[in-house]
Design a protein. Sequence first.
Length: 239
Amino acid sequence: MACPVNQTTILVFPEPLKQLRSQSREAALLGLSVQRTKPTGVISVHPTALSARGTIEFRGPTRVLRVTLEATTEGTGREVRLGEAPSSPAAEETSAPPPPAAPPAAVAVPAPPATPAPPALDLQGLLRATPRAIDRREGLPGQRPMVLKDALFGDEWVWLRFHLEGGALARVDRVWWEQGDITSYVQEANGKDLRIVVQIPRAAVSKKTRVSLRVAAGPAYRFALTPSTLTSFFKELFK
């Protein structure tokens, strides 16, 4: 699916969004942002470079759709409704075989989870998670400050919510911790700020946990998740 550079393309899926899978570097270049999860999933695409290209996987209650997105210099931003009828833009789904009657075969796509793939954001778990305020600021003089606003705790995951103040036009191109790269995160502009949500497995959090975020063509910010610098909830987590 062609998405014009520096313009916003809106993808409307046929049912609620339960999981969205994509590679973090591709998502950053394409400017992917989840606009809503119900009653239908809505995702915006805003590529800033002609080299932006990637594949996303939508998972709903009954359907799985894969769409390949590619930046282009032609056309204008538009709204595309996927999976409603064979004549709709859903024909651009790259996971469907060449025959036009094959869209139902997209259900066979569950094969990807069997291959090594980054864990998708658990949106349902995020909605049920318990938030704890943190408001931890990082950044050197002359840099935009990044704030770890809060953490949300679920049974399996911890979600960290960051704000890059004054960074609405910026993009985070890498997130990592002591166990390697973190690929389960989303980012979107929020007023003048950039909002980032990072998902990490709760069972892997320890007193040595450090989460770092790097802004494309900019600085990196490091946050230590230690009981002495964060909330009492982390003290419970480390017991």
